[in-house]
Each structure stands twice: as structure tokens, then as C-alpha cells.
Design a protein around this ligand. Structure first.
Ligand code: NAP
Length: 314
């Protein structure tokens, strides 16, 4: 082991982690934020955020996270890129085995590792990721200028992606497995009012073609009501079907629900004293930037209290 002990380590640099960094930094705890695989979290992948209080005209997601990052840095937060392979929570200081660059030791740990995009799980879909299959409209939409593309899903993410992608695409077909939507009314209505968006539902994607050509040319769809199948040409498939919490590095040491979301008490407390969880990794209900920021603040305040109450280490 080659590390000195950090007072607070925060895993994840989305809205929750960065807000926890801002608060702990302002308390003089000099937090270390480990960026993780997706620095900036989900906000880093989104476009205009219109519902974060304080921005009359809205703010771009990446700009919002970058602002919080620099705001926390101003008070002494430090950042480190990389990812935790495994966290050892049985004794303090907690040991974090990094994928690269040695272990980290933390007196107090704030888990804000978020959730990553969910895939359909089809072999053909997996084989074509990066070749026309994508979970990030803002990253890859540009490549499909004037093409016909598909967005999968019936929630706000799918509506947001479909609407955004009409900037580039000739047409966007929204494929959804049911006829009812989870999306909020305003997002659904905005998508419905967009003349470039077409709707195919209920329909399930059975296969993405063409793996042999190493590019997306079509999808094979199935109507779940009668099993009828047909092919629809498309240049790309964008997934907007929700997220999976990033908890693999915990290896079952903390309680999760059936879908892997961390279970917390009093908002942000885990069953291990000194380990707190905030943001999407523990919130399957609200999952908003503002609620992530709020829970990041709560985790920071609890961490401060925990450290103040803790016996000094012998
Ligand atoms: P979501 O609300 O859970 O919706 C996921 C959608 O994907 C559902 O329509 C679901 O279908 C579908 N789906 C899930 N697994 C599927 C599968 N294997 N095959 C086909 N379809 C599948 O997720 P989300 O849209 O990512 O939204 C998550 C949260 O973030 C929500 O609270 C949302 O309001 C928020 N959000 C807000 C904004 C914004 O305000 N700008 C933008 C994005 C997200 P079923 O309905 O049939 O289950």
C-alpha cells in the first residue's frame, strides 16, 4: 500500500459528488473526488437543463457540472481520474483498490457513483455499439446528419434524445414497447409536436442489423400483441431506456434493492458508519439534477458530523 489517508473520498463527479465536494471543501476537509468512468455523470451527457432552479433560460448540462466542479475546487476540492475496482469497507480507514495507480485510504467515504445507461442486451446490439448503436445522443448524434434513425424508450430520456436528434437526423422514429409513456407531459408533448418524430409502438427490437457489415442498416421489430415481425431500415439506434446503478465495486457489502440501487436510511446513511451514498446510485425515484445535488449536500453534512463525532484514530 502506498497511500496517505484522505479524510474524505468522494466516488463520482456528477451533480451529487460535486455538491458533496463543494460542501466538504468549504468545511476545510479537502475532499478527493475520484472521477470514475463517466466524469460529470449524466449531466455531462445531456443538453439543455431547464429545471435546475436559478437559471431562467436553462443551462447546458456539461456547463452546469463544470461550474460546480470549479466552485468546489476554489475551496480546496481535489480531483483524480480513474475508477475504483473494489472498496473494502470492513474497517476504517476504508481501502479503495484503484484500477490503476495504487490504493486510496479514506476515513470517510461518499459514494456518488451514479447509474449508467441500460442496454437491451441483444448480442447484435452489443456488437454494433460504436457502429451505429449508441446510448448517448449528445455524443453521437452529429454522425447521423440527414439520416433516418431510431430512439428506443418511453421515458423522459427517450423524449429528450429524440427531440435533440431531430437537429441532425432527417427523421427520428421512436420505438417503444408499450402504448403508455413514463415521460412527463411536457417532454412528451414537445416530442409529439415535432414533425420529424415518428412513432412505432408497441414494438420490441428483436435484432439490430447488420453485424456482418459492421454498421447499422435496419432493426427487426416484433409487435408484442400478435408476434408479427418486420424490418425497418435505420442508420442508427439510440437507447433511451433508463439506467443501472454503478455498485459492482462494492461487491455486495452494502444493501441494495432488487435492481441494485443502494438502500439508505435517513436519506444518505448506509449500514457502514462513515460510508454515505447520494445521487442516482441510491435514488430510483426522483433522479433529478437538483435532487442529486440535494442528497450530495446531505451526504457532506453527515460526513462532517461523523468525522467530528468520531474518536481520533490511535
Ligand atoms: P425511465 O423513466 O425509467 O424510462 C425508461 C423507459 O425505457 C421506459 O419507457 C421503459 O419502458 C423503457 N425500457 C426499459 N427497459 C427496456 C427494455 N429492456 N426494452 C425496451 N424498453 C425498455 O428512465 P429515463 O427516461 O432515463 O428517466 C429517468 C429519470 O430521469 C426520470 O425521473 C426522468 O424524469 C428523469 N429525466 C429527466 C429529464 C429532464 O427533465 N430533462 C431528462 C431525462 C431523464 P416501460 O415504460 O414499458 O417500462
Amino acid at each position: 500500500m502506498n497511500s496517505s489517508i484522505r479524510t474524505v473520498v468522494i466516488l463520482g463527479s456528477g451533480c451529487a459528488g460535486l455538491t458533496a465536494a463543494l460542501y466538504t471543501a468549504r468545511s476545510g476537509l479537502r475532499p478527493l473526488v475520484v472521477d470514475g468512468h463517466e466524469a460529470g455523470g449524466q449531466l455531462g451527457l445531456t443538453t439543455l437543463v431547464e429545471n435546475f432552479p436559478g437559471f431562467v433560460e436553462g443551462i447546458q448540462g456539461p456547463e452546469l457540472v463544470d461550474n460546480i466542479r470549479r466552485q468546489a475546487q476554489r475551496f480546496g476540492a481535489e480531483y483524480r481520474s480513474g475508477n475504483v475496482r473494489r472498496a473494502h469497507l470492513s474497517a476504517r480507514p476504508f481501502r479503495l483498490e484503484m484500477e490503476e495507480g495504487g490504493d486510496l485510504l479514506a476515513e470517510c467515504l461518499i459514494i456518488a457513483s451514479g447509474a449508467r445507461a441500460r442496454w437491451l442486451g441483444l448480442p447484435s446490439e452489443q456488437a454494433l455499439i460504436g457502429h451505429g448503436v449508441s446510448s448517448c445522443a449528445t455524443c453521437d448524434g452529429f454522425f447521423f446528419r440527414n439520416r433516418d434513425i431510431i430512439v428506443v424508450g418511453g421515458g423522459d430520456s427517450a423524449m429528450e434524445e429524440a427531440t435533440f436528434l431531430t437537429r441532425f437526423a432527417q427523421s427520428v422514429t421512436l420505438v417503444h414497447r408499450r402504448e403508455e409513456f413514463r415521460a412527463s407531459r411536457i417532454m412528451l408533448e414537445r416530442a409529439r409536436a415535432n414533425p420529424k418524430i415518428r412513432w412505432v409502438m408497441p414494438a420490441v427490437i428483436e435484432e439490430v442489423l447488420d453485424v456482418e457489415k459492421k454498421e447499422v442498416t435496419a432493426v427487426r421489430l416484433r409487435d408484442p400483441r400478435d408476434g408479427r415481425q418486420w424490418e425497418m431500415p435505420t442508420a442508427a439506434v439510440f437507447l433511451g431506456i433508463g439506467h443501472v446503478p454503478n455498485t459492482a465495486f462494492l461487491d455486495g457489502q452494502l444493501e441494495t434493492d432488487a435492481d441494485g440501487y443502494l438502500q439508505t436510511r435517513g436519506g444518505v446513511q448506509t449500514r457502514v458508519p462513515g460510508v454515505f451514498a447520494c445521487g442516482d446510485v441510491q435514488d430510483r425515484r426522483y433522479r433529478q439534477a437538483i435532487t442529486a445535488a440535494g442528497s450530495g449536500c446531505m451526504a457532506a453534512l453527515e460526513a462532517e458530523k461523523f468525522l467530528a463525532d468520531a474518536e481520533p484514530e490511535g
